[in-house]
Design a protein around this ligand. Structure first.
Ligand code: DX5
Ligand code: ZN
Length: 221
């Protein structure tokens, strides 16, 4: 039995009722709220920027994990930090110098996280793992919610979590994309500690039951 956290991705919330929907997700048991920022260049979709995050700042009592799916994320770190992000997540594929990006995120008072697209090897994380609070494995190609889970990510999570255990490293090991009560057990068994979910939370008929079902993946390990 291992406690598993859930971060609700607001991408599937009703943006006309965002604060209410976000509070509902927290009341349903979500431990974090996941902010999917997309620029139409790094990924083929546009969502929202720092003002939307600032709108939730101080109004929900859980940390905000901001997933930057944008080109040149380092340029916008000050804005997203100021908006109220607890974790700032950048893609390994979007930057050349992870070490200085990690430092920059810390210097703005946020916790750094690094994200890997489905085909990027976990080797990209290893040189920086000791300085990361959060690693995020994409189990869909980023850009949209509601896509199907790519099962190849499971072995990647298993290899990386074993590697961390052997070194006493304890970043949050998160997975994002197509996570639902059917796919969650495999990633939790592989070592995931945090499940990011949009559709499975916000489109569920009963949010509380949906979060309970996701977290129950932790009872099997
Ligand atoms: C995809 C985003 C995900 C997405 C997940 O680019 O990073 O966070 O909202 O959506 P679901 O849970 O529906 O796959
Ligand atoms: Zn995301």
């Amino acid at each position: 039995m291992r406690a598993v956290k859930v971060s609700a991705s607001i991408l599937s919330a009703d943006f006309g009722d965002l604060l209410h929907n976000s509070r509902q997700a927290v009341e349903a048991g979500c431990d974090l709220l996941h902010m999917d920022v997309m620029d139409g260049h790094f990924v083929p979709n546009i969502t929202f920027g720092a003002p939307v995050i600032a709108g939730l700042k101080g109004k929900v009592n859980v940390p905000l994990d901001t997933h930057l799916m944008i080109e040149s994320p380092e340029k916008y770190i000050p804005d997203f930090a100021k908006a109220g992000s607890t974790y700032l997540l950048f893609h390994a594929e979007a930057i050349e110098d992870p070490a200085s990006t990690i430092k920059l995120i810390r210097s703005h008072g946020c916790k750094p996280g690094m994200v890997l697209n489905p085909t990027t090897s976990e080797e990209a994380l290893k040189p920086f793992a000791k300085d990361l609070d959060y690693v995020l494995f994409m189990s869909v190609w980023p850009g949209f919610s509601g896509q199907s889970f790519i099962p190849d990510v499971v072995s990647k999570i298993a290899r990386f979590s074993k590697w961390c255990r052997e070194r006493g490293l304890t970043p949050e090991i998160a997975v994002d994309g197509g996570i639902n009560p059917k796919t969650a057990p495999s990633v939790v068994e592989a070592g995931a500690t945090l499940l990011v979910a949009a559709t499975a939370v916000f489109k569920a008929p009963d949010m509380k039951e949906a979060v309970r079902a996701l977290k129950s993946a932790g009872t099997k390990v």
